[in-house]
Design a protein. Sequence first.
Length: 472
Amino acid sequence: MTGTDLADLGADDLVRGYGAGAFTPTDVVERVVERIAEQQPRLNCFSDVLADSARAEAAASTARWAAGTPRPSPAGTVDGVPATVKENVAVAGVPRRGGCAAYADAPAETADGPATARMREAGAVLVGVTVMPDLGMLSSGVSSLHGTTRSPWDLRWSVGGSSSGAAAAAAAGLGVLHVGSDIGGSLRLPASWTATATLKPTAGRVPVDPPYPGRVAGPLARSVRDVVRHLGVLAQPDARDVTRLVDPWAGPVPAPTGPRALAGLRVGLHTDAGAGTPTDPEVAAVVRAAADTFAAAGAEVVELAPFLTPDLLAALDRFLRVRSWTDLVALPEHRRALVLPFVREWAQGGADVGGTEVIRCFAEVQRLRTVAVHATAPFDVVLSPAAPVATFPAEWPMPSRDPATALHHCGFTAPYNSSEQPAAALNAGWTADGRPVGLQIAGARSADAAVLRAALWFEDARGSGATPRWPR
């Protein structure tokens, strides 16, 4: 680790260094806070930087390490590791504004949400709260409250969303462990467009407050290994989530090894979602190359036919519009006018939808769940693009700038929210002009360990050409 910037170390190296006395959590957090000060004006990825409280938490962690009593965690300690949470996750003392100017004067939260509480209990050091677009309803870093979040890879590029600040912070080394959320791709899309790694866990694996069908919280980091370690912290019980899974998270997930490490693994290859934005040929080629890597290690790779239909995607879109319009119509008119125009126009499509149509759309969303589960059941894991296209200009609210097609880029991600299946994303390669291309690895409900095992294996097998060399 000689000569390595402390802010660039992953959790494994940090805890190894803490244990050896090479450096302390205070040393690391000071460097991370310094880098945040350097990069926040360029990237705009934090709503709140918690430098003072982070220093106090780091000092307490430094004392625990000095005494030989770091706090344990199922997948490895995170005591003293710098972390962030997304703006829609409650942090005591910090307003929860949802990235929206309509909530700019929201009161400070009085208690930590489940993810924040588990991280504090495990000794992670919270260095800040990351931004999101208005109400989480954009796949970009465009916010009426915060402005535009930009990619550390190229300031002209979008980081995606809605976990936009988390992805930008991870790629820039502004913390190690980042909490995001996902209701249609909001973890996997930004991971794909920033070359970072994530897991949308099985619904209920990570407690959320309040719970909502399809919405999950999950870890995002530079590496799958850090995602696994972080999941060990987040997937602990919290009574506030009445939908939480009852089976405990087992902890470490060893990756298979050896030249035929994946012998017997049944892999689906899914490059045509069936509806929405067509897959860019460059993106499809990167995913097919990843599938070839799986096959070379003994996996049986079989093409998976498209299973999403335009009707199912339209029903999901309409149902989510009604959900968002319900939130907007509850606002006074002067506050509603502060919401980003793109979001207002999209949500307005749910304003006149009658109850019968809402129930029909909800039934179609449940049918999508059935379709996704049945289509993927023959496979241990399914490989697909996380997004059908690579990243786009930072100022765009979506890859498509038309509210009528706002969900069309979610054809590979949204079905797994409806079906509650786990899905990871990590970098698999690049377009000719250097934009990251993310591979999605999905599995059966509750098979988070199998998904992470495949992701860990690919992280090592993908080769230097697909392994990120992080931007400065």
